[in-house]
Design a protein around this ligand. Sequence first.
Ligand code: BDP
Length: 718
Amino acid sequence: MSICFAVLLFAVSGVRAPAEDGYRLWMRYDTLADANAQAWRSSINTVVIPGDSPTMRAILAELVPALSGLLGKSIAASANNTLADGTLVVGTPSTSSAIASLQLRDALAKVGDEGFLIRSEKIDGRSVTVIAASTELGALYGAFHFLRLVQTQPASGNLNISEKPRFLFRLLNHWDNLDGSIERGYAGQSLWKWNELPGTIDPRLTDYARASASLGINGAVLNNVNADAKSLTPEYLRKAAAIADVFRPYGVRVYLVPRFSAPIEIDGLETADPLDPKVAAWWKAKTDEIYKLIPDFGGYLVKANSEGQPGPMTYGRTHADGANMLAAAVARYGGIVMWRAFIYDPVPGSDRAAEAYNTLKPFDGKFAPNVILQVKNGPVDFMPREPFHPIFGSMPHTQVMPEVQITQEYLGHSNSIAFLATMWREFLDSDTYAKGPGSTVTRVVDGRLYGQTLTAIAGVANTGDDRNWTGHHLAQANWFAYGRLAWNPDMSAREIADEWTEMTLTHDRKSVDEIVRLLLESREAVVNYEMPLGLAHLMDNPHYGPGPWGYPVARPDWSPVYYHRAANDGIGFDRTATGTNAVAQYHEPLRSRYADLSTCPDDMLLWFHHVPWTYKMRSGRTLWDELCLRYQRGVDWTGDARKRWDALAGIIDAERHTAVARKLVIQQRDAKWWRDAGLLYFQTFSKQPFPADVDQPTRTLDEVKALDDYGHPQKAKK
Ligand code: BDP
């Protein structure tokens, strides 16, 4: 079609095709075209959404255009309770007489405050679809779920769905600074636009809240864990309140990170000692001030005595002292404190992977009832692969919640495809053996194992003000996956990838299958070309490219050489009894499985063991050959992925297809960079040749070392 003709067509029809810039995320609502769509089309004619609250209005504002778009016909909306065949009724027993007439009390009680029912019903002889909940927020979640069904499932005149979230608190953590920058953000500047608030409210905030609510995310921590005390000043609290006002109809509550020394920095107190009554009183007053402005404020997230942040230990007190003092301030309002377990000290000879457990385990049972310990999925940081953090399953009298990282700090930033649902699945399914087999991380954190009442999960957001929100179009899938798992931690990675692809990219079945395959393979590919076989922390300073040779850092435990321990006799970190014995933090039989070289899974090998280069792996290859092969496998995947993506041209709109294709070129280049860096450097110790099926690097180690932070040649560095 010529461009002129296309322009004419839009002019005549009066419809402008939306730009395919990724802004619409998985909430596209373009008309569905297949036979299944026809069936949905004939089952919905009108929507009845009684009630006039901000949340009910948000439901109406979502459903009417969404269904009109998806079904390709005009969907009428009405607030009165008149029903006809093909009516979709949305609400609660108190907003809708039709819903009240269905006597759903017991079923609604089962799905709780945030759950919902979606049912095909006959009311007064009319065939209707009902989205019912006890609360308006539940109805909103039901509405989004219904839209997902229309886009991904066969039409059914026999719907009988009941859903409720597994975790009470499903949060995004935004590492956003007040100057607009985002720590470890790779998709532009902060969405919050602090400097414009509260006077100017970016309409994009509403779209952020919609996207989050569409997944059931119900909280956002607005500021960086490395907090600026200024975020608690009256000026910034008013800005946070303006954000909270936009989020409220969508059920997204705001939380803040308080800097522990804020009483000193804001109001000149002499100390921030949590046991000093003046300090506790300051926090109570500050908390009162916050709740006055934000009545549904969620609470605090705290990074204390970690990486230079102040905390209770600065004043000779414990983590429990600090957490409980803040907990008392918010408890009066039903708020919570999420106290981060990301704690480690530069003690000579210590093992960073063991430190949080050692520091915090003695305080098991000592935290207030509204404190939740927020624990990263792995014991070091958000590496491409780590074993699960040993705190999960080891503090039975403490409420714990996982923190996962959606932003790809260590997995290629926004240049690489790394679908993280597979990583989170692996983590959630890990068996801690805390109470025997089947004591998975999921069961620890969803309250089933120890009956913890405040259940929660946090994801470090990958959003920014880039037009497509996440920098890489396919990285949107990680925001989506996080939200879906926060709602239902049993979902398979495949199911999630399938939903996201259908809603976001294409409904063409063959292409969906191909994209899902690419997504599902992608994280393992990154592990292979970055840090295979249990290696970790091999990156250079901006946490993007490889730097296994190490670089000048303030602390040994920030340097790759501390982690890989490559030497002439082998490679890997001995965490068994002959080394740091961090493996003892795991329950049996896992402890022995990891500790014994012959039973330790290949994927965790160099995490727990220092292994000779010539060690015979299960594959029959030597460790060196296996390492080379893994790197090569990762690189090969990027080449293969490019071809497979290219073959999708014409199926996916040109704008997004081209953008992703370009990113894949970078990803392939980076994969080769990682391989060359890793293998050429480790070869200086292994002194072994590259096996025949591994490409010989075409550059020297010195040439690789001379590349700049993003893999480009530069004159002199390092
Ligand atoms: C590391 C990041 C750093 C964060 C820290 C944290 O490199 O920017 O501040 O984690 O989680 O992964 O506190």
